[in-house]
Write a protein that binds this ligand. Structure first.
Ligand code: NAP
Length: 251
């Protein structure tokens, strides 16, 4: 019987795969059979070890996604080294915290450029290739801030709300061309992104009290949703933003 979730003979690009949610996704895709092109600015040593232990191919592409300069190279390197491109996961992202009244242009531009602009133009470059081959899966890592306002993170909320919009736009343009564009909205996960929140005892306790699952997410909690959206199992799923949030949005 064919396995709807099987990713053998597939190649996935995962941005920001050295740590946290990106590493969790790269590992889950690898365990489902996909070879991985790990893209980022830090060493992928740990991710390489985890992915290669799953028995698939792994390449590392050094790229700083603060600008869109590396976009062409990322696609070219993947095709040259791994021979094909089936899945793109736009995971790399940053957050800057400050009150809206004090928020700087630098903190606005840095977050929008990395989280939204680079994700769009990498999707565009991957999409051109996927359109020409007639299939592909693009997964954007959105956020609860794609649905909610939050506090003290104006550019992050704008970027993640924008990413949800871009997910829907690309799905509308590309669904009939055999490409699935969807997003995952992680809830509160234990990663570098949330260090400041977890160090603030009051905020941390407030957050935990609101999570129906009664715990923060771990990077290993996100892989199942990524495998689903990367696989044949989701062939008729387009433009959705799938929360993986321990029930946060249900409360
Ligand atoms: P993280 O550990 O800080 O990971 C962020 C990743 O993005 C790292 O690999 C980081 O690389 C990479 N990155 C940042 N700026 C980059 C740049 N200019 N060029 C290349 N790579 C860059 O936090 P995370 O929680 O795993 O975040 C992953 C994604 O999940 C982000 O898009 C984040 O917004 C989203 N998210 C996280 C949560 C959460 O609760 N943790 C919730 C919702 C959404 P370096 O290690 O080199 O900085």
């Amino acid at each position: 019987m064919s396995n709807l979730f099987d990713l053998h003979n597939k190649v996935a690009i995962v941005t920001g795969a050295n740590t946290g949610i990106g590493q969790g996704i790269a590992l889950a895709l690898a365990q489902a059979g996909a070879s991985i092109a790990a893209v980022g600015r830090s060493s992928m040593h740990e991710t390489r070890q985890l992915v290669e232990a799953a028995g698939v191919r792994f390449i590392e592409i050094k790229a700083d996604l603060a600008t869109i300069k590396p976009v062409g190279t990322i696609i070219d390197e993947t095709l040259k080294s791994l021979g094909q491109l089936d899945i793109l996961v736009n995971n790399a992202g940053i957050i800057r915290r400050n009150d809206a009244v004090d928020f700087t242009e630098e903190d606005w531009d840095a977050v929008i450029d990395t989280n939204l602009k680079s994700a769009f133009f990498l999707s565009q470059a991957a999409g051109r290739h996927m359109i020409s081959q007639g299939h592909g899966k693009i997964i954007n890592i959105a956020s609860l801030l794609s649905f909610q306002g939050g506090i003290r993170i104006p550019s992050y909320t704008a970027s993640k709300s924008g990413l949800a919009g871009i997910t829907r736009l690309l799905a509308c343009e590309w669904a009939a061309k055999g490409i699935n564009v969807n997003a995952i909205a992680p809830g509160y996960f234990v990663t570098n992104n949330t260090t400041a929140l977890r160090e603030d005892q009051d905020r941390s306790a407030q957050i935990l009290a609101r999570i129906p699952a009664a715990r923060w997410g771990e990077p290993s909690d996100i892989g199942g949703a990524a495998v689903f959206l990367a696989s044949k199992a989701s062939d008729y799923v387009h433009g959705t933003v799938l929360p993986v949030d321990g029930g946060w949005l249900a409360r």
